[in-house]
Ligand binder design. Sequence first.
Ligand SMILES: C[S@@+](CC[C@H](N)C(=O)[O-])C[C@H]1O[C@@H](n2cnc3c(N)ncnc32)[C@H](O)[C@@H]1O
Length: 224
Amino acid sequence: MIVALLTLEYITNFIARRCLQMDNDARQYAPSAARNRDPIWEVLKPHLPSRGLVLEVASGSGEHTVHFARASNSELIYQPSDPNPLARASIDAWAEASGLANIRPSIALDAAADVWPIERADVVICINMIHISPWSSTVGLMRGAGRMLPAGGLLFLYGPYRREGQHMAPSNEEFDRDLRRRNPEWGVRDLEGVADLASQSGFGPPAIAQMPANNLSLLFRRTA
Ligand SMILES: C[S@@+](CC[C@H](N)C(=O)[O-])C[C@H]1O[C@@H](n2cnc3c(N)ncnc32)[C@H](O)[C@@H]1O
């Protein structure tokens, strides 16, 4: 009888602890981040400095930040950001759970804003934001990255693009229609338009890497 009661108490406490953990856990899970983080890392890794500051714009759940920070030299510091407070809570929860010392607390950064809450970075990365935000966010991203980065500094973008006015696959075209239905200001952008904007902010033409699921990585370097 005593054993049965103790077992019951143990089980009740276990369930209560799990529920509390779930209630307090702000971590969000983005299935696309789990799929694309390794292919992105393979492209990004050779271009990163061994030390310095990586600013991530639109970190979302924070899973990329943690994945990249874990795989990086501990002297390469990551600064995640997102305008959405729920995203920032998720980023900070992932960072805390990782135990990594090279991730700073997330900051509220709206790419479209004229002033950003950070002045310098050695690298700026932005994954899957350009098509899921108004064009003004891309304009702001280019201006902000142009201000942030030193000569030679890397701006890394990842997402779907049209090339010479054409979608790269029927699935991208359908995705574009869906985005525009959800918000007429969103949509898959023309690579040439994004590169044009980048050049106005002091970047050279991008190196382009074909990625899985008809996405591209674009690597822009700040010219002197
Ligand atoms: C599709 S999610 C991508 C998140 C993450 N980078 C990923 O790939 O999993 C788009 C993110 O862009 C952020 N976002 C939208 N507009 C933004 C803006 N103007 N400035 C910065 N981030 C923005 C959203 O809050 C959201 O977290």
